[in-house]
Design a protein around this ligand. Sequence first.
Ligand SMILES: Cc1ncc(COP(=O)(O)O)c(C=O)c1O
Length: 436
Amino acid sequence: MVGTNLDPFSDRYAERTHGMNVSEVRALFAVASRPEVVSLAGGSPFVSALPFDAVGSMIDELVRNQGAQALQYCVGQGDLRLRELICQMMALEGISASAENVVVTVGSQQALNIVARVFIDPGDVILAEAPSYVGALSAFMASQADIVHVAMDDDGLIPAALAEAITAVRASGRTIKFLYTIPNFHNPGGVTLAEHRRDEILQICRDAGVLVLEDNPYGLLGFDSEPSRALRARDEDNVIYLGSFSKTFASGLRVGWVLAPHAIREKLVLISEAEILCPPTFSQFIVAEYLTTQPWQQQLKVFRELYRERRDAMLDALGDMFPAGCTWTVPSGGFYVWVTVPEGLDTKAMQPLAVSERVAYVPGIGFYADGNGRRNMRLSYCLPPPERIREGVRRLAGVLEQQLELVETFGPSAFQATSPGDGPRSWISGPSADQV
Ligand SMILES: Cc1ncc(COP(=O)(O)O)c(C=O)c1O
C-alpha cells in the first residue's frame, strides 16, 4: 500500500488541538543545533558556570542523608521547606508572602499552564505584551484563549495602550481574564517596565477588574541595579506571580512556582495534582539544599557578570556590523535583544538562508498571536561566549546585507513580506527547548 500522511485519529482529537502542527521552524532548529552553527536562538542559561563539583557533592550527600524523602513523592503543593525558602527569595523583590500561598510547579511553564486551565474558557481574552513569551502564548492558546496584544516601548508596557485595549475588548462584548506581563528583562523584548509605570498599570487593572499575571524568571538577573520592586509587592490581592529557578540555578531541574491569592491557590493545587500528582521531590530537595548550603547569591553575581559581558559583546557587534536601518533594544538584564529590520525584509523568510550561513535566531512572528513580527527577530546572548556572539552577528549581518540588496533590486515584494500581520493564529508552535 502506498504510504499516506493522513492521520487516522484526526476525527477523534479535541477541538483545542486543531491547528496544532509542528512548525517548519522546528525542523530548522534541528539543523541550528549543529556545532558549526552559532545559535543566537535559544534561551538556555549558561549552566556550565555553576560549580559542578560543589553541586555534585551536595547532591551526593543529599541522597545519602535524606534519600528516603528526596526520592519519594511529596505533597501536591510542593515541599514546605522549599516554599519557605522561595518566600525569602521573593523578599529580595519586596514581596511579603506566606509559604501557604506558594505552589511549586514543574518550571514556570507548568505554572502558566495551570493558571490557563483555572481561568480560561474558549474565547476568553488574555492581554499580553506585543511581543510576548512564546511558551505563555502556547499555554493560553491551548486553552483556546484569544490573545490581544498591547504595545510596549523602551519602558515596557504602555499604560494608555493597556487602557485602550481593555475598553476595546469590553466594547466587543468579550471577557478579559487577565493581563499577562513580563515586567523585567522581557522575553523576547529585552525591555523592563519603568518604575513610574508600575503603579499606573496596576491601578488600571484593578479599576477594570482585570487580574495581573506577573511572570518574572529574570528579575534577579539585572546588570546595573538592585532588583525592581515586583508588581506583586505592590498589590497582593490582584496579582498572581510566577517565579523560576531555571535562570538563576538550573533549568534542567524544572522547578518554578506560583504565588497566588489564597482562593486561587487552592484551585491551582487541584489542577496541578491532576496534571502531575506532585512536583519532582528530588529537584525540590536539590534546590532547597542549594539555597541553604551553597553561596547562591554569590553565584547570581557570577551569572550577572557573565551575561553582562555577553550582552556587551552583542550590542557592540550589532553597532559595528548590522546594516543601517536596523534597530534593537538595549537590555539591562536577562538574555535577549529584540531587533527590528528595515521595511521589506521578512525574518521568517530569511531564516533558512541564515541557517545555511551557520547562524540561528528566532523570527519575531513566533512571539505574536496575530501574525505580526515579520520585521523582528530575537537574539539571545546567554549561551555562546563573546567571540562566538560576535561571529554570529557578523554572519547575520552578511545575510541582512544580501537580503537588502535583493529588496533594492526587486522591491519589497522580493519576500512577499506581509506587514502588518498575517492575521490571528489558532496555535503557536512551541515552545521547543530551543526557543524558550
Ligand atoms: C518569560 C518566561 N516565562 C516562563 C519561562 C519558562 O521557564 P521554566 O519553565 O524553565 O521555568 C521562560 C523560559 O524561558 C520565560 O522566558
